[in-house]
Design a protein around this ligand. Structure first.
Ligand code: SIN
Length: 314
């Protein structure tokens, strides 16, 4: 039976639901073009700040047995660089589906300034506001502050009318799922992306009796297998709480087609891959699409809509 992975999101049809997670393989135009020429359905840029940032000292990303730990500190080439890439791509590949542009300000004002810049540009893609970077010393993850999140979204939607989503940190309590969903449901968001890394983990090298990354005395965001159950829980929690017009992007622990199937079963529409993309490079997208098609064929599903969100309870 033919298996169709095409995915409609924000009015566009992507050939499959897979894309990179912001932060992985998307810092330079060369990396972005490699993604664009891969089997990924779409791509997202590295979260941009107003100006270029060097980020935290190295080592700041380490692959560990069940995933990764990082404290990159938002190194990026600045919004103008990513905006130029997006606008050039729009001009040169007018028939292609649009891309996602990620922005992450260091303050309410900077977030609004970045969104204003996107609004005032000719960018015709989807914007992701990253409210969840755990790695900038002295700057807590914005979305753990519900009041500030509401203030940013209120001010943003006073002028922003292009498709907008937010990248969320993981939540761990039903009271927090409820409270955040209640805020998000007040806004015309296109999507929420669950989850960013599980912030401020600590990985230890026993031989050296040492941490493995330099910034923040070794504390960093966890990705990979460590985080899949938390990611699935957040996808499910928001899929079942948000207005159906707000889609969920599933990010966290996608290593195989079965992992992708689990995210979709929980209700995700698009899927982002971080740690395992870092390990395998862009050829991962060919493998993942093939494996997801195999799982769907085994189960007799011909489209993702046949099973999206239909997770059984006991
Ligand atoms: C980083 O640059 O520190 C990672 C970005 C993020 O987790 O949002």
């Amino acid at each position: 039976m033919p298996v169709d992975l095409t995915t409609t999101f924000s009015g566009h049809t992507f050939r499959n639901p897979f894309m990179n997670a912001s932060g992985v393989h998307c810092m330079t135009i060369q990396e972005l073009e490699e993604l664009d020429n891969s089997s990924a359905g779409c791509l997202i840029t590295k979260s941009a700040t107003s100006s270029e940032r060097a980020g935290n000292p190295e080592p700041r990303y380490v692959a560990v047995p069940l995933g990764s730990i990082n404290s990159m500190g938002l190194p990026n080439a600045g919004i103008d660089y990513y905006m130029k890439y997006a606008l050039d791509r729009q001009a040169n590949k007018a028939d292609s589906e649009p891309i996602f542009l990620s922005v992450a300000g260091m303050s309410v004002e900077e977030n609004l300034k970045l969104l204003r810049k996107v609004q005032d540009s000719a960018f015709n893609g989807i914007t992701e506001l990253n409210l969840s970077c755990p790695n900038v010393p002295g700057k807590p993850q914005v979305a753990y502050d519900f009041e500030t999140t509401k203030i940013i979204l209120t001010k943003a939607f006073e002028f922003f009318d292009k498709p907008l989503g937010v990248k969320l940190p993981p939540f761990f309590d039903f009271a927090h799922f409820d409270a955040m969903a209640e805020i998000l449901n007040q806004f015309p968001l296109t999507y929420v992306n669950c989850i960013n890394s599980v912030g401020n983990g600590l990985y230890i090298d026993v031989e050296k009796e040492s941490v493995v990354i330099k910034p923040k005395n070794g504390f960093g965001g966890l990705g990979g297998e460590y985080v899949k159950p938390t990611a699935l829980a957040n996808v499910r929690a928001f899929y079942t709480r948000l207005n159906p017009s707000i889609k969920v992007i599933g990010t966290g622990g996608i290593k195989t087609g079965r992992d992708a199937f689990e995210h979709l079963l929980c209700g995700a529409t698009m899927l982002q891959v971080g740690t395992q993309l870092h390990e395998e490079g862009v050829s991962i997208f060919e493998r993942l699409t093939k494996e997801l098609q195999e799982v769907m064929a085994e189960k007799g599903y011909s489209t993702i809509d046949d099973f999206r969100g239909k997770l059984n309870s006991l």
